[in-house]
Write a protein that binds this ligand. Structure first.
Ligand SMILES: Cc1cc2nc3c(=O)[nH]c(=O)nc-3n(C[C@H](O)[C@H](O)[C@H](O)COP(=O)(O)OP(=O)(O)OC[C@H]3O[C@@H](n4cnc5c(N)ncnc54)[C@H](O)[C@@H]3O)c2cc1C
Length: 262
């Protein structure tokens, strides 16, 4: 039974460190989300954060959690068998399409792209481009090779796969649709190029999401006033081209606009 705020408890079935900063957390049970949607994870007495669904398969839900601050560190200190309080799923996810589909992800931002690749299987031909800082930060390569038809990996320092930013290696001649999730500067380049070439594109934005139900305004995007928590996190290219904050600003805990630096 959910509590009065809508949280359900899920038992942590498995925890696997994937890189120095990122852990895979497998929950027992499915939250019943669509690719691109997220859940709010509450750690009592610490706080609550949004986390994308990375996979829902065979009665399990996968999350990839990067250690950033208070709540994500608390999640990192949990053990198998512990309970997580989860509300959601929330938000608008990716549109499923048939045809030739390119996914572009960076860092833990690839999480929703795994769920998307799973659901596109059989519908579309899927090529994944994934960028990471270095070899020890590469996430879930083998799993992605099973879920997608083709996987191209690049590292900024060239310690694994192709060298340089992943955006330097994308073949834009091939796809009919492009989906991207990860660092915003990466997504800005992908969306700009896709729009220039007339390719339909969707991107998943990250902002401070607190209430997740469209009330608090901490994730609002100027000048349209769209909310990442409710109208996103996935937005299409035409909408993104009208959002001045895309690639430029996010809001801090006090609602102040802060330049995005990656
Ligand atoms: C829709 C959505 C999906 C997400 N999916 C994932 C996921 O799958 N895996 C994952 O690891 N993370 C994900 N995140 C990001 C995650 O929610 C933040 O890293 C988390 O809220 C940090 O909380 P914390 O308490 O650990 O850190 P805090 O102590 O709250 O923050 C530490 C510092 O990090 C910065 N910060 C915190 N949150 C953000 C943010 N959202 N954007 C920019 N800077 C921030 C601030 O400067 C803050 O002072 C997602 C965010 C959104 C909005």
């Amino acid at each position: 039974m959910p509590n009065w705020l809508g949280h359900r408890t899920f038992t942590i079935k498995e925890i696997e460190p994937l890189s120095p900063r990122v852990k895979k957390i497998v929950l027992e049970g499915e939250v019943r989300a669509e690719p691109g949607q997220y859940v709010m994870i509450w750690v009592p007495k610490v706080g609550e954060i949004p986390v994308s669904i990375a996979r829902e398969l065979n009665g399990e839900t996968w999350l990839l959690v990067a250690r950033v601050g208070r709540v994500s560190s608390a999640i990192h200190s949990m053990r198998e068998g512990d309970k997580l309080w989860v509300r959601g799923p929330y938000g608008k996810g990716f549109t499923l399409r048939k045809g030739r589909v390119t996914l572009v992800g960076g860092g833990y931002g690839i999480a929703p792209l795994l769920f998307l690749a799973d659901r596109l299987g059989g519908l579309a031909e899927v090529r994944l481009y994934a960028g990471f800082k270095s070899k020890d930060e590469v996430l879930l390569e083998e799993i992605f090779r099973e879920a997608a038809d083709d996987v191209i990996i690049a590292t900024d320092d060239g310690s694994y796969g192709l060298k340089g930013f992943i955006t330097e290696h994308i073949d834009y001649e091939w796809p009919q649709y492009i989906y991207t999730a990860g660092p915003e500067q990466m997504m800005v380049k992908v969306v700009r190029e896709a729009l220039r070439r007339g390719i339909e594109v969707e991107a998943s934005l990250e902002r401070l999401v607190r209430c997740a139900i469209g009330i608090c305004g901490s994730c609002s995007l100027d000048p349209l006033g769209l909310l990442v928590c409710r109208d996103g996190p996935v937005f299409d290219g035409k909408t993104l081209s009208k959002i001045h904050d895309f690639g430029k600003y996010w809001r801090d805990f006090d609602g102040r606009k802060i330049p995005l630096i990656h």
